[in-house]
Design a protein around this ligand. Structure first.
Ligand SMILES: [Zn+2]
Length: 351
C-alpha cells in the first residue's frame, strides 16, 4: 500500500513529465527511414533534438562546463537557424553549439546526415560498409568511412562494472588474407591474424579486447580486471587460463580429439562466446570484407555495443548512441596515421 501511495504521489507530482515522455516515445516510433527523415526534416529540428537529448534544454559550456546561462549568438547565412552560444563565464567566453565537444564536432556534414547515419547503424544487425553508408546519406565513401569511425567511438561504452554470474572466456583470431583457411581459432599458422579476447556473461554483457598476443601475462590482467572474483568462469583447455582457478571457480572444457568441437557436459560449455565469434567474423567478412589490425578494436566496439543492446528496440539503440555522443572526436589525421594503434585494452574497461 505504501509503495502504491509513493508511486501515486510521484505520478501526481510529475504528470507533465510523464505525458511528455509518452509523446516523445510516440513521436520516435519510426517504422521506416522515410518517417525518420520526415521528422528530422531540417537542421533546426536536429539541433533542437540534440539539445534536448544531451542538455535537457539547459546549455552547458563544453569548454569549461559552466551551466550559467550563455549568451545567444546570432549566426548568419546558412547557419542562421542553428542555435549558437557564447559562454557567459568571463574567463572562458568561448563560442559553442550543441555539436561542440561531441563526435559531431568540426564536420561540414549536416547534422541531419549524421543523425541518419546513427539511425542506419541502429537498425542494422551487422553494421554498414562505408560504400553503403555513403550512398544512403549522400556523402562520398571517404566521408562515410570517417563518419563510421567516429560513430564507433560513440558506440564504445564504458562498462565500469565487472562481469559476474557465469562468464565464458575465449580468444579467437580475426582477419588474415588466406580466405580459404578454416575460420576456427585453432589454425596452425595465425601470423597474419589478430587475436581478440572475449568475455561474455551468460544472459548479460560482452567485452572484447584486441590483444597483442595470447600470452598469460597479456590476458590474465584483462580477465582479472573485468570479472568479479569467485565467480564461475568457463574456458577451453588453453594453459594461459589455468591461473584463473586461484581467484575464480574455473571450469576448463576439454577439447575433443580430432575435430574442433568441444565436449559439452551440462552447463560446462563455451557455446555463447563461440556464437559471438561466429557472428563477429561473419559480420566483418560479409560487411567490411577485411579490417586492418589498426582499426579492429573499433569494429569490435561497434559489434559489442550491438550485442549488449540486443534486447532493446532499434530506436532505443539510436537514443543510447546519441546519449553517448558527448565524446572526444577522432580527427581524420589520427585515423589515417600509421602510428595509430589499438589502445592497450588492459588499461580500459570498454564494452
Ligand atoms: Zn565556458
Amino acid at each position: 500500500m505504501k509503495i502504491f501511495l509513493f508511486s501515486f504521489v510521484c505520478y501526481a507530482k510529475t504528470p507533465t513529465f510523464v505525458v511528455l515522455k509518452f509523446i516523445e516515445r510516440m513521436e520516435f516510433n519510426f517504422k521506416t527511414i522515410l518517417e525518420f527523415n520526415d521528422y528530422f526534416k531540417d537542421e533546426k529540428t536536429c539541433y533542437e533534438f540534440l539539445e534536448k537529448t544531451l542538455w535537457d534544454n539547459v546549455p552547458v559550456c563544453p569548454h569549461c562546463g559552466v551551466v550559467k546561462k550563455p549568451y545567444k549568438v546570432k549566426a548568419r547565412g546558412k547557419f542562421q537557424d542553428i542555435p549558437s552560444y557564447r559562454c557567459s563565464d568571463r574567463d572562458c567566453d568561448l563560442p559553442f553549439t550543441v555539436r561542440t565537444g561531441s563526435v559531431f564536432e568540426g564536420s561540414k556534414v549536416e547534422l541531419r546526415k549524421w543523425l541518419q547515419a546513427v539511425y542506419e547503424l541502429s537498425i542494422s544487425n551487422k553494421g554498414i560498409s562505408s560504400i553503403e553508408l555513403g550512398k544512403r546519406i549522400g556523402v562520398s565513401q571517404k566521408t562515410a568511412w570517417f563518419i563510421n569511425h567516429r560513430l564507433r567511438v560513440m558506440l564504445t561504452e564504458t562498462l565500469p562494472h565487472k562481469l559476474e554470474g557465469t562468464i565464458e572466456i575465449d580468444e579467437t583470431f580475426v582477419g588474415g588474407k588466406n580466405k580459404n583457411r578454416h575460420i576456427g581459432k585453432k589454425v596452425a599458422d595465425a601470423s597474419d591474424k589478430t587475436p581478440v579476447l572475449g568475455l561474455v556473461q551468460r544472459g548479460g554483457n560482452l567485452k572484447t579486447f584486441v590483444i597483442p598476443d595470447r600470452e598469460k601475462e597479456t590476458i590474465l590482467p584483462i580477465m582479472l580486471a573485468n570479472t568479479e572474483p569467485k565467480t564461475n568462469v568457463i574456458t577451453d583447455g588453453y594453459t594461459a587460463y589455468n591461473d584463473l582457478s586461484l581467484t575464480h571457480y574455473h571450469t576448463s572444457v576439454k577439447h575433443g580429439e580430432g575435430d574442433y568441437k568441444y565436449i559439452t557436459v551440462g552447463l560446462d560449455h563455451t557455446n555463447n562466446i563461440e556464437g559471438v565469434w561466429s557472428i563477429l567474423k561473419r559480420g566483418i567478412l560479409g560487411t567490411f570484407h577485411s579490417v586492418s589490425r589498426q582499426h579492429l578494436q573499433k569494429y569490435c566496439n561497434e559489434f559489442t555495443f550491438r550485442y549488449n543492446h540486443r534486447k532493446v528496440t532499434p530506436i532505443d539503440r539510436f537514443y543510447r548512441g546519441i546519449k553517448n555522443s558527448r565524446q572526444e572526436r577522432i580527427r581524420y589525421k589520427a585515423l589515417t596515421s600509421s602510428k595509430q594503434i589499438n589502445k592497450n585494452p588492459a588499461l580500459e574497461t570498454q564494452g
